[in-house]
Design a protein around this ligand. Structure first.
Ligand code: PMP
Length: 327
């Protein structure tokens, strides 16, 4: 990157802070906030897509429920109900007038400036809740969805769930993700796959992982120190509807090299094919037919070209196109 490079990211003009809209530039914290020193935050990552009917958030309720669950694990008493959280996201996107965006709700332990506390004990530190939005393109590159990416198995292990609960999407977990990601980038790969403390395959730094073998989908179980990914769940439901067998089971490292197809799932990564692991070509070295089929169905649902499996309400509309509104 040169000094002349400038960010082309479009950010939301407003940020939602505990029930109010504030300017993006005013969304600041004191450097002695508990979260800065001890990683005490829980957060979400959600996408709002523009489709033929308007702009819709993908699986908003499931994401906000996971935020509430993450907060519960960390004994954070949340002041908002699931409905209030969902309404706040929709209102913020409207306020910022974005037709497509990435949504980042976050709850963290701050600083009581009248009665500061600097120790590890989080209880004296007040909670703050923010939601920010910005436009985010393809996380692993524009080409990745079609051509696939090159990944490595990380020398860093995924943490054991009795050390840091993987069920919670907590800020501190992403120190582990950063080690995995940095090692991958410096090694010339797009992403790293972590093994768990038993040596079985866990997940990417910010993605769940699926293998395709003899027409079946195989994915590590929730017990393998993985985040219960909402895209993972979407893919499982779509696969079942297509009568593709899904097996949630432990996966050995070497099975990655021998898979017919391999792909990541995640809100940011969507469904990204993997074409090599540790420089060993996976399958044909390009996106496989089952990965492509699942991508197709996934994007049809996101684009409102077909309903979700069992007609589940996966899309929450922020705005609708004029003619649909009056119809
Ligand atoms: N694992 C990790 C560690 C992640 O950060 C993410 C992204 N949230 C995922 C898996 C995928 O989860 P989701 O599909 O809900 O975005």
């Amino acid at each position: 990157m040169t000094e002349k490079d400038v960010s082309t990211t479009t950010i939301g003009a407003k940020v939602w802070k505990d029930g109010e809209f504030i300017d993006w530039n005013d969304a600041r914290v004191h450097i002695m906030s508990h979260v800065i020193h001890y990683g005490s935050s829980v957060f979400e990552g959600i996408r709002c897509y523009k489709n033929q009917n308007g702009s819709a958030v993908f699986r908003l309720r499931e994401h906000m429920q996971r935020l509430i669950n993450s907060a519960k694990i960390y004994r954070m008493d949340v002041d908002y109900s699931l409905d209030e959280f969902c309404d706040s996201v929709v209102n913020l996107i409207r306020e910022c007038d974005l037709d497509e965006c990435y949504i980042r709700p976050i709850i963290f332990r701050g600083l009581n400036e009248d009665k500061p506390a600097f120790g590890v004990n989080p209880f004296p530190n007040p909670l703050s809740t923010y939601i920010a939005v910005w436009k985010w393109g393809k996380y692993l590159g524009e080409e990745a969805l079609e051509n696939g990416i090159d990944v490595c198995v990380s020398s860093w292990e995924r943490f054991n769930s009795n050390a840091l609960p993987a069920m919670a999407k907590a800020g501190a977990n992403y120190m582990n993700s950063q080690l995995i990601k940095m090692e991958a980038i410096l090694g010339g790969y797009s992403e790293g796959i972590a093994l768990d403390d038993r040596g079985y395959v866990s997940e990417g730094s910010g993605e769940n992982l699926f293998l395709v073998n003899n027409g079946k989908l195989i994915t590590p179980p929730l017990g393998a120190s993985i985040l219960p990914g909402i895209t993972r769940d979407s893919v499982i439901q779509i696969a079942k509807e297509l009568e593709i067998e899904v097996v949630e089971t432990v996966v050995q490292r070497s099975a990655l090299y021998l898979a017919d197809e391999l792909f990541f799932t995640g809100t940011a990564a969507e469904i990204t094919p993997i074409r090599s692991v540790d420089k060993i070509t996976v399958g044909s070295g390009k996106r496989g037919p089952i990965t492509e089929r699942l991508q197709e169905e996934f994007f049809k649902i996101v684009n409102a070209e077909r309903p979700a499996p069992s007609n589940a309400p996966w899309l929450t509309y922020v705005s609708e196109v004029a003619e649909k509104k009056s119809a």
